[in-house]
Design a protein around this ligand. Structure first.
Ligand code: WTA
Length: 701
């Protein structure tokens, strides 16, 4: 049978060698109008940032910043692979994002905050006002005893107080760690513990999908969780969504909880000189999911990070001070840190901050905002594009906005969604940059330079200036461009935006990102330390990369990384659950969603109540984004003879794929039972190429 022989063929070759065929897409060219105004028009830019010019090429980004003291060394590799950039320099990120613009742009909007309720007016924050508010909050933070090097956890929604508080920390050298507002109190608590924060900054409530959410309740859970893990929180500082009014039902805890607006009265009008900090001081932590259940805190530097996001905001996003830029990401993720706050502000942009859901109250909302505010640069994720397309394919036509450039980030975008974005949202006028990168990398890795390179739907493009990707197979051999083979995409060289380390875990940093392809752990030569991104990729003959998705046990749900181990641990908090396995399932809107298989303890009757408890556990331990699409109670997990759960078999069943050869399992019969449970009696098998992340799912154990 043809099908069987194909399966055998697939299992014989290494997974990284699976040929990846897809139709080559046509190129789209940037318009002459766009090219004429672009910040970066030098067609030789990739050569100027060639490996032969490394690392000095990155001085150009450093020159975009204002330094208190110049650096003496561009790149110090003596503690490889813990790279130090622009060593010897003294700098302050808050100064670079705010103070230095006052003279020229003091009266220009830094942020325009758009509340979710459409009747509530926008709040414009000019650079001068931003300066005043950042200074007052910095004075307050110093007043509560915080100093350079201390960590502070935020659990804030999308409101201006979030960037204000970030910049106040940056002014002092206090390391901020913002936890995505949609994460649960427990998830926040474990991040508080890991970072060793004694102060939590939050907000009483915020609008989401038409509801004023009681967010303060999460702070109480977070503090309790952190305490159980051994970390005391002394103070919870609570911003009020409506100043002077408490929007939550949860009581304030005397002596621990304070309203920021009350405390601020003592700091009115105070100014605080930005602290001159060493280049390689940490600016912030951003937690992300990985292979183990413990989230990892990517530690980003002040100078290297800021230089990288400033340069890429200028050249790739093409931000000019005259532009009105809107990135719909949440500041709680790396995209928001790099490309709502630090990058755009360092370029004196006017940046739109939207509180709520893009489709609230209808799918015309983003286009109304764009028209009203004159947004001309737009930045979002494939999930939002798919959703807006599904709910209102012709909505953009009703509004008279004009974008010159647009970005997509966070997940692979299918060419069909790309073309809708181009034709309808961009009205065939706007260029698109498909920017591929990670929390750990600070800024873009793969992207076109929009005035120079043609666009190709579904491919991010070549490496960004100064980023030199390489695709290795499992043995470390390079896959040539145009080979049609997928492998592990790595970056050959360090760059200033790369994180410095994982907070408190140097070994995990080395092992996770360099362990597989470094051959000499003692080497001080950066050439020996390719950075492994954790994505599968193919490179076409034209040099463009197509990203195929995560190859570790990470599920990318609507552009948000969730670790399978985190989800499984959440399931195991339900007492009836004996074993849990989670797999990614293809989803029309969100790209991937988690699906959960559980085996229950002997003597327990399967019931809907158990399924409901598993769903609730995920929402409580992680957050609503981790809600499984389905929870299946199975008689037993498919296992190898050594007892390892074969998640790959479950992923095949969930995705209606051929399960392949299961005869080597300890319990092969259970596979057919599970398949019938999920798919019904009739086998449903989807044909076509298996997406790389699903094909390889469960390999890393
Ligand atoms: C995926 C988000 C395809 C990828 C900035 C990566 C993408 C993970 C793209 C990082 C893109 C991000 N095309 N896939 N343009 N951008 N990804 O850490 O799998 O939240 O490894 O950073 O998102 O997600 P993270």
């Amino acid at each position: 049978m043809a099908k069987t022989s194909k399966t055998q063929e697939l299992t014989e070759v290494s997974e990284a060698q699976i040929a990846v065929h897809w139709k080559e897409e046509d190129y789209y060219q940037p318009s002459e109008k766009f090219k004429a105004q672009a910040n970066m028009r030098d067609t030789r830019i990739l050569e100027k940032f060639g490996l032969d010019r490394f690392p000095d090429c990155f001085k150009e980004y450093a020159d975009m910043l204002t330094w208190f003291e110049p650096y003496h060394t561009v790149l110090d590799t003596s503690d490889a692979p813990f790279w130090k950039w622009f060593v010897g320099g003294k700098i302050n990120a808050s100064y670079n994002c705010v103070d230095r613009h006052l003279e020229k742009y003091g009266n220009k909007a830094a942020f325009i905050f758009v509340p979710e309720p459409e009747a509530e007016p926008d709040v414009t924050l000019k650079y001068r006002e931003l300066y005043e508010r950042v200074n007052e909050v910095a004075a307050l933070l110093r007043g509560v005893g915080l100093k350079a090097g201390d960590r502070v956890t935020f659990h804030m929604p999308m409101v201006p107080e979030l960037p204000i508080t970030m910049l106040a920390c940056a002014r002092l050298g206090v390391i901020h760690s913002q936890v995505f507002g949609g994460f649960s109190g427990q998830a926040c608590g474990s991040r508080i513990q890991d970072s060793g924060s004694r102060v939590l900054i939050t907000m009483d409530g915020y609008w989401r999908n038409g509801t004023l959410v009681d967010h303060k309740a999460n702070a109480d859970i977070a503090v309790r969780t952190a305490k159980d893990l051994g970390q005391d929180v002394d103070k919870v500082l609570v911003w009020q969504r409506y100043p002077g009014k408490y929007s939550a039902k949860t009581p304030m805890v005397p002596g621990r909880d304070f309203f920021v607006n009350d405390l601020l009265k003592d700091y009115k009008g105070q100014k605080l000189e930005p602290v001159a900090l060493p280049s390689e001081g940490p600016l912030f932590l951003m937690y992300s999911s990985g292979t183990t259940g413990k989230p990892k805190g990517a530690q980003h530097s002040i100078a290297g990070y800021l230089a990288y996001v400033t340069g890429t905001s200028r050249w790739i996003l093409d931000i000019h001070p005259e532009d009105t830029y809107w990135c719909m990401a949440d500041i709680g993720w790396i995209t928001g840190h790099s490309y709502i706050v630090y990058g755009p502000l360092a370029n004196a942009a006017t940046s739109v901050l939207y509180e709520g859901v893009p489709t609230f109250p209808d799918a015309g909302r983003p286009w109304r905002i764009a028209e009203r505010l004159g947004v001309n640069i737009f930045h979002t994720a494939p999930t939002a594009i798919r959703m807006l397309r599904k709910l209102g394919p012709q909505e953009p036509r009703k509004y008279k906005y004009h974008f010159k450039s647009m970005t997509t980030v966070g997940e692979p975008i299918e060419p069909e969604a790309w073309r809708w974005y181009y034709d309808e949202v961009g009205k065939k006028e706007a260029v698109i940059t498909d920017t591929w990168w990670l929390t750990e990398t600070g800024g873009f890795l793969g992207t076109t330079v929009p005035a120079i390179h043609a666009m190709k739907p579904g491919s991010c493009g070549p490496g960004a200036p100064g980023i030199h990707p390489v695709i290795y197979d499992e043995t470390g051999a390079e896959l040539a461009k145009g080979s049609g083979k997928a492998g592990n995409i790595c970056i050959r060289n360090p760059w200033p935006g790369l994180m410095q380390t994982l907070w408190g875990d140097r070994d995990r940093y080395v092992k996770t990102y360099f362990g597989k392809y470094n051959k000499n752990p003692r080497s001080k030569d950066w050439r020996d330390w390719p950075f492994m991104c954790g994505d599968g990729a193919v490179q076409a003959g034209d040099g463009y990369y197509r990203i195929l998705g995560r190859i570790d046990d990470v599920i990318n749900v609507a552009g948000h990384r969730l670790g399978t181990k985190e989800i499984e641990s959440a399931c195991l908090t339900v007492p009836e659950v004996a074993e849990a396995a989670v797999v990614p399932v293809q989803d029309e809107l969100k790209g991937r969603v988690p699906e959960v298989y559980i085996a229950i303890k002997p003597g327990v009757q399967p019931s809907q109540a158990i399924i409901d408890r598993v769903i609730k556990a995920n929402e409580e331990v992680i957050g609503k984004i981790a809600r499984p699409k389905h929870v299946y109670i199975v008689p037993d997990m498919p296992k190898t003879r050594s007892g390892k759960i074969m998640r790959r078999v479950l992923a095949a069943i969930s995705n209606r794929r051929d399960v392949g050869d299961v005869t080597t399992l300890a319990n092969p019969d259970v596979v057919e039972q599970i398949r019938t449970l999920v798919q019904g009696k009739e086998a449903i098998t989807t044909q076509g190429e298996v997406p790389e992340d699903i094909a390889k799912f469960g390999e890393v154990e």
